[in-house]
Design a protein around this ligand. Structure first.
Ligand code: FAD
Length: 382
């Protein structure tokens, strides 16, 4: 009999897992209504999607659902320290380091691609109110009283993961005391596929290229600075962002609303238990400075689907031994990304004397070491 999987959360990661889990009957439960992105205008939320993720999305048939004209390639990246140090790197052999994709359109594309599969049903506008999992199987109870049962429960329900809470899975969670301020700007000069990031005394500022003469910015700033930035009039905010980036693209004009995301670090030491596995932000949240959160989540989805496909005939999808193979497969990648993003954020947030000089020396050292730059570029592309 075909085994059944219940996926809590139809965000990008839950939908990608549903698409990859062939050979199962999959039900995705999603609290929010269907998001049909408006034709005009650009989503405020964008993801820097790595080439590895792009390949996975191609395999799922979701990439083909995206309009190439709305995707901006990142060909090079420049990182600036607070004492003028600079690190620049490009993808090997003229390739791309990342693609900037609208979050809402990517989710819609994934939903379209899973709708073509006969084995997946997506229940929208359907919050689940309780969950259970164990040796006897897994279940989710919907707010309307209906119960969805399966052999495995996959928690893809985001950083506050109700699945994680319901099943009492331990979590180490710490607020950064920083808020990411996100907005889009029209620029006087084209970014030409160059992403830039500054480590400033007021936080980490990233400029990502968008199609046309536009950029998306993510300014991860101490909460008080973020409050002050979001209180500025559009012109004053544009001038502030322009000056923080040394006016390298000329004048800026605010082209969107301004959103704020309080930042947290989340680590789940054991993202599996009998009958349940966590993927995406439910299993880990990293600082956005490396633009890797959703990429890690897609790699979780791919790894869990692969481990399930490779299980022996005697094993069931919810067996702890099977799920532990998934947890092991992901622990190094997730741990390394958390260490690097957290470490960089703390290093650049430190104000002790001598630390600025150390940071500058580190960036210059990597800039001179071609092997280290290759390593960084290769890591970013996974
Ligand atoms: C400012 C900022 C910039 C970022 N930039 C990047 C970037 O450039 N590149 C990158 O890789 N990552 C980036 N990230 C990280 C990225 O946003 C997340 O990693 C990603 O959204 C996680 O996707 P997910 O599907 O795991 O979770 P979510 O997107 O949170 O989806 C979870 C889903 O579960 C649903 N849900 C929750 N509870 C229930 C319930 N009880 N019943 C039913 N449904 C439920 C929710 O409605 C939601 O749709 C950024 C993050 C921030 C804050």
């Amino acid at each position: 009999m075909t085994e059944r999987i219940v996926v809590a959360g139809g965000g990008p990661v839950g939908l990608a897992f549903a698409g990859a889990a062939s050979g199962f009957d999959v039900t995705v439960i999603e609290a929010s209504p269907s998001r049909v992105p408006p034709v005009e205008g650009f989503d405020l939320r964008v993801f820097a999607v790595s080439p590895g993720t792009r390949d996975f999305l191609r395999e799922l048939g979701a990439w083909a659902e995206l309009d190439e004209e709305r995707i901006a390639p990142v060909k090079r990246m420049e990182i600036f320290g607070d004492d003028g140090a600079r690190l620049a790197f490009a993808a090997p052999s003229g390739g791309q380091l990342a693609s900037i994709v609208e979050a809402g359109r990517l989710t819609a594309a994934l939903e379209k691609s899973v709708a073509r599969r006969g084995n997946v049903r997506v229940l929208r506008s359907t919050p689940a109110s309780s969950f259970g999992a164990g040796a006897g199987g897994a279940w989710a109870e919907l707010a309307n009283g209906e119960r969805v049962e399966g052999d495995l429960l996959v928690g893809a329900d985001g950083p506050d993961s109700p699945v994680r809470t319901a099943l009492g899975m331990a979590v180490d969670e710490r607020p950064y005391g920083e808020t990411a301020v996100v907005a889009h700007f029209e620029t006087e000069h084209d970014a030409q596929g160059l992403a830039r990031q500054w480590f400033l005394p007021e936080g980490v500022l990233a400029w990502l290229p968008l199609p046309g003469s536009r950029i998306s910015i993510v300014w991860s700033a101490p909460a008080a600075v973020a409050d002050a930035l979001s209180a500025l009039e559009p012109q004053a905010l544009a001038a502030r962002v322009r000056d923080a980036g040394g006016a390298c693209l000329g004048d800026l004009r605010l082209a969107s609303g301004v959103a704020r995301f309080p930042l947290r670090w989340i680590r789940v030491p054991q993202p599996v238990a009998r009958g349940v596995a966590l993927i995406g932000d439910a299993a880990h949240a990293v600082h956005p400075l490396a633009g890797q959160g959703v990429n890690l989540g897609f790699q979780d989805a791919k790894a869990l689907a692969r481990v399930l496909a490779e299980r022996s005939r005697l094993e069931r999808a919810g067996d702890l031994a099977v799920l532990r193979r998934y947890a092991r497969a992901r622990s190094e990648d997730v741990g390394a990304m958390q260490l690097v993003t957290h470490g960089l954020d703390r290093l650049f947030a430190a104000e002790r004397p001598g630390v600025a000089a150390l940071r500058g020396a580190g960036l210059r050292m990597v800039e001179r070491a071609s092997w280290a730059k290759r390593l960084l570029a290769t890591r970013a592309m996974r």
